[in-house]
Design a protein around this ligand. Structure first.
Ligand code: HEM
Length: 452
């Protein structure tokens, strides 16, 4: 065992690197890895913190030691007023139970049914697009993914509430993101404008999901979706409490739409910058689909489209920084002694830029994922959905959704970026593109608009 700490910045007395982290978390963590390598020590105030990017150590934290490295309590306290104690935030036995409750909604046989909804909603989302028309692609993608998550998991048509939901979600995730970035919870009882906005956004989202519950109660029918599963377990067996219901619906609603919508926005941006990839995408879409909308059976045949999404998730993993973990006892990691109470940061954004596994890492190259090449990488080197017992519950859902939405839209339209602002990511809770990414869409075939 080594006795020294891993390399890292000294930081300021008392504050450590808190101010750097607060100013630009994404920039700070990226620069730490560039300067000090794949295992870095720094301090956040008085606490020891580590940026862990070595695949074997990432695997150890997420897969081998998760009981000794649960989600960190300060960050949990920050998001608790919104997420409650559902699957995203809980630890230990509560987490195992919450995960078991929601798991059946993501079984493979259900995913096939969801594919139909993904394609229908992509078509619906672009129904009013006109060739030569200009749109904000982030708003367009959010509308589609909010509908997808509402229809698949809650059998609820969200058409009327999309603008309300999108704006309340942006508010709450933005506000919580600020506290999250500085790892400092602002108690809800503080009478500030900030808390007033936070409460208003939480109320709005609560009302939206509770309306889904009311609508379900009107028929009380088992629709085979997540909401029916939770409601039946809530009513008949009483083993799902009201809080479980609310917390899990919020978890899925929140975790399940921005991440995929932003992945699609990044994919459009990357495609527009790489016409050769765009041409290869069209070749696949025309060959496999021949002009008809994709179905679940086409999904495994859309190999190149899937490679584009995987490469997009490598360069711009929307879950760019896993929820910080905390060591509950002294550990040895990568040969270094890690004291109890330390914070562990694991960033897919940083990890995916390691040239050992991804030569010329800033280059967009879907070929890296040809024939499932990621399976040859060490475990922990490519983790857009995390790893281990807390791996994203929606990973297969999201991959299918992104691939089928990209295929359905790209089959019909070429998307050109008109945005004047620099298209660089900002990293808070999710890796966001700038707001209002302005694009022009042109029909690929004369019949495209009609086909849509
Ligand atoms: C491209 C889209 C998505 C990306 C990149 C993504 C990424 C992630 C990542 C990295 C985690 C692990 C966080 C951690 O360990 O700290 C996670 C967790 C989670 N995701 Fe996703 N996600 C996506 C879409 C979805 C969708 C569509 C759903 C549901 C419909 C979903 C539901 C969840 C849930 C419930 C968790 C918490 C799991 C747990 O803690 O046990 N995600 N996601």
């Amino acid at each position: 065992m080594k006795t020294a700490s891993p390399p890292g910045p000294k930081g300021l007395p008392l504050l450590g690197s808190l101010l750097d982290l607060r100013k630009d978390k994404l920039g700070f963590l990226t620069s730490l890895a560039k300067t000090y390598g794949d295992f870095v020590h720094f301090r956040v105030g008085p606490r020891n913190a580590y940026l862990v990017s070595r695949p074997d150590c990432v695997h150890e934290v997420l897969v081998e030691q998760p009981k000794r490295t649960p989600k960190e309590w300060i960050h949990q306290r920050i998001v608790a007023p919104f997420f409650g104690n559902g699957v995203v935030t809980s630890n230990g036995a509560v987490h195992d139970r919450q995960r078991r409750l929601a798991q059946p909604a993501f079984q493979p046989r259900r995913l096939d049914n969801y594919c139909r909804i993904f394609v229908e909603q992509a078509l619906e989302g672009i129904r009013e697009w006109r060739s030569g028309g200009e749109y904000e692609i982030d708003t367009e993608m959010l509308r589609i993914t909010i509908q997808n998550v509402s229809l698949t998991l809650f059998s609820a048509d969200a058409t009327d509430i999309v603008p309300r939901a999108a704006s309340a979600m942006t508010d709450i995730l933005g506000l919580l993101g600020r506290e999250y970035d500085i790892a400092f919870p602002i108690p809800m009882w503080v009478p500030s404008e900030y808390n007033r906005r936070k409460q208003a956004a939480i109320r709005e989202i609560n009302e939206i999901v509770m309306k889904f519950v009311e609508d379900w109660r009107r028929t009380g029918q088992d629709k085979g979706d997540l909401l029916s599963m939770l409601m039946l377990a809530h009513g008949e067996r009483g083993d799902v409490t009201h809080d479980d219901l609310r917390d899990n619906m919020i978890a899925m609603f929140s975790a399940g739409h921005e991440t995929t919508a932003f992945t699609l926005v990044w994919a459009w941006i990357l495609l527009a910058r790489h016409p050769e990839v765009e041409a290869a995408l069209w070749e696949e879409l025309d060959r496999v689909l021949g002009g008809r909308p994709p179905t679940a059976d086409d999904y495994p045949r859309l190999a190149y489209t899937t490679m584009i999404i995987k490469e997009t998730l490598r360069i711009y993993p929307t879950g760019w920084l896993l929820f910080p973990r905390e060591t509950t006892e002294d550990l040895v990691l990568g040969g270094y002694p890690i004291p109890k109470g330390s914070m562990l940061y694991v960033s897919p954004y940083v990890i995916h830029r390691d040239p050992t596994y991804f030569p010329d890492p800033e280059r967009f190259d879907p070929e890296r994922f040809r024939s499932g090449a990621e399976k040859q990488l060490p475990r922990g080197a490519y983790i857009p959905f995390g790893l281990g017992p807390r791996v994203c519950m929606g990973q297969h859902f999201a991959l299918m959704e992104a691939v089928l939405t990209l295929a359905t839209v790209a089959q019909r339209y070429r998307v050109s970026i008109l945005a004047k602002q620099p298209l660089v990511p900002s990293g808070s809770l999710a890796l966001r593109p700038p707001r209002g990414v302005h694009v022009r869409v042109d029909a690929r075939y004369p019949t495209a608009a009609a086909a849509a």
